[in-house]
Design a protein around this ligand. Structure first.
Ligand SMILES: [Zn+2]
Length: 245
């Protein structure tokens, strides 16, 4: 299975051992302090692909100089994706709106010039996001997408997949269920967003939650879980491991 969006750097400062698993992981980062650890982690674990980027919550006044570092790292390392990047116009982050747009735009340029996939976070900013993505040869995953079918269609028309995570496991996640049923396996990838999302009824999150997420998709689509695993894995490999295919 391919976990297309997780934050694994938390393993560096904890006593919990990274599981010995056959799964692949895209380890996304959020800010300049994260990147060297993300790259180091992938050197230790061949099944962990590094994604580096500035998350909209971490766009500070110094984002321009951070992006110089990002560009340098892209040149000297085998990076799989620009992520986690995007726009978040929620109340708490709206005040950085202009900087967020500029920062995302610049990362979009880097993704295009390096032919890298994006792992995108987008909250309350779909119009702006779609406009920006349409202006470039962008591809990748909209992580945790839970929008209307109309908005999702526009991302899919651009060639993006959407990441299904533990939120879809909630019984009342009607929007997510509708999206999964409408678009089907072809447009989906799986993600845990570890350690940020807890499955209903559980007190902590785990990378093994991906099994429950796959099971949930299988149930919604009334198909065997093996089909979900196979197709979502294929979708993710095509995006993040293009050179290996
Ligand atoms: Zn995340």
């Amino acid at each position: 299975m391919f976990d297309t969006h997780c934050h694994l750097n938390s393993y560096l400062n904890s006593s919990t051992r990274f599981p010995n698993s056959l799964n692949s992981y895209l380890n996304v980062s959020t800010n300049v302090d994260d990147w060297s650890n993300t790259i180091k982690f992938s050197r230790k674990h061949a099944n962990v692909l590094p994604a580096i980027g500035i998350h909209p919550w971490f766009v500070t006044e110094s984002f321009v100089s951070d992006l110089v570092v990002l560009e340098r790292l892209l040149q000297s390392n085998n990076i799989a994706s620009i992520g986690e990047v995007g726009l978040d116009f929620n109340e708490s982050y709206k005040h950085t709106r202009e900087n967020q747009i500029e920062c995302f735009q610049k990362q979009l340029n880097l993704a295009e010039s390096n032919q890298l996939a994006l792992s995108v976070h987008c909250v309350k900013a779909h119009n702006e996001m779609l406009l920006l993505l349409k202006s470039k040869h962008a591809f990748g995953v909209i992580h945790g997408l839970g929008t209307s079918i109309e908005i999702a269609k526009q991302y899919i028309d651009l060639g993006f997949k959407f990441g299904v995570n533990g939120v879809a496991v909630r019984e009342n996640a009607n929007r997510y269920h509708a999206l999964i049923k409408y678009f089907g396996l072809e447009h989906i990838v799986l993600e845990t967003d570890y350690p940020n999302i807890k499955l209903p009824g559980l007190v902590s999150s785990s990378l093994a939650d991906i099994n429950t997420i796959a099971e949930c998709v299988a149930k919604l689509l009334s198909i065997p879980i093996e089909d979900v695993i196979q197709q979502t894995d294929y979708n993710a490999q095509k995006i993040f491991k293009r050179n290996a295919l």
